[in-house]
Design a protein around this ligand. Structure first.
Ligand code: MG
Length: 373
């Protein structure tokens, strides 16, 4: 495989506009502010990663850009990019948190390692268990009429999994939307509900019971991330599976979540865990505890989608599908040269060596706010 050393580390801070404002229990989002990491070896191989923070959930783009540019860079330059775990360990000792930056670093290193070895990232982390995965779209428009049009178009595209963002405009609005969707589509779609921590714990169970009439596949993160006892109570009291998202970031929180039995499902996201390998550790803890996993995404471009798709291709079992819809259905334009592969309502797992995506330099220049190199 020869000797390859990390030569250049470029941190591109980008802002990519979305087609619509999305509303959540934790606020509105009008586009993507993320940090793209480009690592180039002395042998001319380029690897890409993305840190996609959401300030109300994980961290900030500014903080993650500084984590990569200021704190991690001195420990990476001149190093062997194939030594992924060793490099993650090293940066883990110089900066706590900033899991999005760590996910970006791991992605760029695995992208390079894949190109050197001829293997895709999924193969590098254990192999592809599946070549495609059902895509779930998050319904999050404050204007529900607009949402209905979007859902109809997505349904025509073959999408059958829809996650309704709730808890941002009142209980009656949530019930009305669920009733309308069941009226139009019957059992022909799988409905999921995500509160994004939007319910007050004292009154969560009663509201969740009302929603169960519409047969959701699961209900996600009804209460605040630290309200784990309340979440465990809700999980015990509710027939519908409950999913923990904000309450389970990394393997340590997964262990705590499994011990407290806070949920029936954990949402895996590379931005929460700090990369694919740590997310697989979360998945292993979940599996040992009889907890299902699900493939979530943050506000991200096709680069992070690709890393997430490789992760979800590698988990042993996947019954509930995955997200990775931003690139196709949320952004005005993605940053990739070729569209992130989605067809017939399914995410296609990239098969070419490494991440399997190419960045369009013109689009990168157009959406870039800052470059640190
Ligand atoms: Mg969520």
């Amino acid at each position: 495989m020869g000797d390859h050393r990390i030569r250049d580390i470029r941190v591109h801070s980008v802002s990519v506009p979305a087609k619509a404002v999305h509303s959540h229990g934790s606020g509105d989002v009008a586009g993507i502010r993320s940090v793209l990491l480009e690592i180039v070896t002395d042998t001319g191989i380029t690897g890409w990663g993305e840190a996609s923070p959401w300030p109300v959930f994980t961290g900030t783009a500014e903080g993650n850009a500084a984590a990569l540019h200021v704190h991690m860079r001195p420990h990476l330059q001149g190093q062997d990019p194939v030594q992924v775990e060793a490099l993650l360990n090293t940066v883990g000792k110089v900066i706590v948190g900033h899991n999005e930056a760590k996910a970006a670093l791991e992605s760029a290193l695995l992208d390079i390692t894949g190109q050197i070895s001829g293997l895709s990232v999924a193969e590098l982390v254990g192999g592809r268990q599946r070549t495609e995965m059902p895509l779930s779209f998050s319904v999050a428009n404050a204007d529900f009429e607009k949402d209905l049009d979007d859902i109809a178009a997505l349904h025509d595209d073959g999408v059958r999994l829809f996650k309704l963002k709730t808890g941002f405009d009142g209980h009656a609005f949530d019930l009305m939307r669920l009733e309308k969707l069941r009226e139009i589509y019957g059992d022909g779609i799988s409905l999921r509900i995500d509160y994004n921590q939007g319910l007050p714990a004292f009154d969560a169970q009663r509201r969740i019971r009302d929603l169960e009439a519409f047969a959701p596949a699961f209900i996600e993160q009804p209460v605040k991330m630290h309200e784990r006892a309340a979440l465990a109570e809700i999980t015990r009291a509710t027939d519908t599976p409950i999913m923990a998202d904000e309450s389970v970031f990394d393997p340590r929180e997964a262990l705590l979540g499994a011990q407290m039995r806070i949920a029936d499902i954990f949402a895996l996201k590379i931005m929460k865990s700090g990369g694919i390998r740590r997310a697989l550790e979360v998945a292993a803890i979940a599996r040992a505890a009889g907890i299902e996993v699900y493939g979530g995404c943050m506000f991200e471009t096709g680069i992070a989608h690709a890393a997430g798709a490789h992760l979800m291709a590698a988990v042993p079992d996947l019954l509930l599908g995955c997200e990775f819809y931003m690139s196709t259905y949320y952004l005005q334009k993605d940053i990739l040269a070729e569209p992130f592969p989605v067809s017939g309502g399914k995410v296609q797992v990239p098969t070419t060596p490494g991440l399997g995506v190419t960045v369009d330099r013109d689009k990168l220049a157009k959406y870039r706010l800052d470059l640190f190199e």
